[in-house]
Design a protein around this ligand. Structure first.
Ligand SMILES: [Zn+2]
Length: 426
């Protein structure tokens, strides 16, 4: 059962001011985009729950006028979301390959060996650390979800079941554990207390150590109109400029950056202790910083353009769907990802437009999408019902899905891709 943040914080005996920037503390006054009320995107509904009340929380994203951090306020505490987590990283082949390539690169670049210590925050089921372990490098995982951590421990990966922050870092450092390489992938954007998290990273890092972190890049989100990647568990939307300020505030310096294609476009940053001048700041950092500045990321006005673009995308998608339904066409969905739920709830797309969706994950089959209550079936349902259109919800995998599902063209079915704006492929 998900508790609201307010309840959790009252229980913990502390209070939380929802109206302040989670980095610099300024009052939040400016809307980046308001997607209305939405249920938690991973709360799939079982048949027994269909007639029960469902919790909806605001998906109202603000931008801070002092540090330009784009952020969602904390409505649901991570303790309630992440302590029993259904996502196992090792289920995704392409993610495993991404992890393996990364491992090989950093081992060579930073000369990691059997005396060095790699620590990963949010180490999940050990999908990444297993590759370091295989090379005889010391590894330690930190993972709050006990069920997922258990899988890592079984693989021989020592894992501390904890949330990460200053407290955990101090405990580990007191025990003599500090990192030569500290990794945190897809977690910086998901922590409510981002200052405590980065301060903890500083404590856990050796004087000559390296931090690498990956997170979705705000510039790509805005360019690609990826508003459906906004959901309640994703608290911060990050540019290089803002992350540099955040790290500098905590005595860390970003010395290199790479742009990745994962999650619709991500950054991988490399950071070090501010005092460690052995690693000069790369040309890539200077170049991306300049590109973000030229695009307007240090100017509040730039952030106001997004809301209008999002509305226009909604109108275009609805215009297309209404016209298809008026012509008597049938539409099915493909996939039941978290991002699909933001899109469908915001646009008000239910069974009036989409008869059903399908997903390969057996955990989701037989359930219903949160909020919209569109039923989720096994992909075989598509062959049985032969719809006129297939709406691809995980648009970031559109090429893979269109080639996998190419047999639907036999009966003239066409693919609809909703983002960055509605596009039809036959
Ligand atoms: Zn701020």
């Amino acid at each position: 059962m998900i508790k609201t943040t307010l309840e959790s914080y009252v229980q913990n005996g502390t209070t939380l001011n929802r109206g302040c920037c989670r980095f610099c503390g300024s009052t939040l006054k400016h809307t980046f985009v308001d997607l209305g009320m939405s249920p938690l995107c991973e709360s799939y509904v079982s048949p027994e729950q269909l007639n029960q009340m469902e919790a909806f929380y605001p998906l109202h994203v603000y931008v801070c006028d002092r540090c330009f951090l784009v952020q969602l306020q904390e409505y649901v505490s991570p303790q309630d979301i992440f302590t029993e987590y259904a996502y196992f990283s090792s289920y995704s082949d392409s993610w495993l390959q991404h992890a393996k390539n990364y491992t090989e690169n950093v081992i060579a670049r930073f000369r990691l060996h059997s005396y060095t210590q790699v620590v990963e925050i949010a180490s999940n089921d050990g999908y990444l650390l297993q590759y370091f372990l295989a090379k005889g490098i010391n590894v330690l995982g930190i993972e709050p979800a006990a069920n997922v951590a258990k899988v890592a421990i079984k693989k021989g990966i020592p894992t501390v079941v904890k949330f990460f922050g200053k407290n955990t870092a101090n405990e580990l450092a007191a025990d003599g554990t500090q990192a030569d390489l500290l990794v945190a992938n897809n977690v910086l954007a998901h922590v409510p207390d981002i200052n405590d998290f980065v301060a903890g990273a500083k404590i856990l890092l050796k004087p000559q150590g390296v931090i690498t972190m990956e997170f979705p890049h705000l510039m790509r989100l805005m360019e690609g109109n990826q508003f459906d990647t906004i959901y309640h568990e994703h608290f911060s939307y990050l540019s290089l400029l803002t992350v540099e300020k955040l790290f500098a505030e905590h005595g860390l310096t970003i010395f290199d950056v790479e742009e990745l294609s994962t999650h619709g476009g991500s950054l991988r940053i490399y950071a070090r202790q501010a005092e460690d001048t052995s690693k000069p700041i790369s040309q890539q950092v200077k170049e991306l910083r300049a590109r973000e500045e030229a695009a307007g990321f240090s100017n509040l006005k730039h952030y106001f353009s997004f809301g209008e673009k999002v509305k226009e995308t909604k109108f275009k998608l609805l215009e297309f769907l209404i016209s298809a339904k008026r012509q008597g066409k049938t539409i099915a969905g493909y996939g039941a990802p978290g991002k699909g739920n933001t899109l469908l709830n915001y646009c008000g797309i239910r069974e009036d437009f989409i008869d059903y969706t399908v997903d390969r994950n057996p955990y989701k089959q037989g359930k219903f999408l949160p909020g919209t209550h569109i039923p989720i079936f096994h992909p075989d349902k598509i062959q049985e019902t032969q719809p006129d259109y297939l709406l691809i919800l995980p648009w970031n995998l559109k090429n893979e899905i269109m080639s996998q599902m190419s047999y639907v063209r036999d009966w003239g079915c066409q693919f609809i891709v909703p983002i960055p704006e509605v596009n039809v492929y036959s």
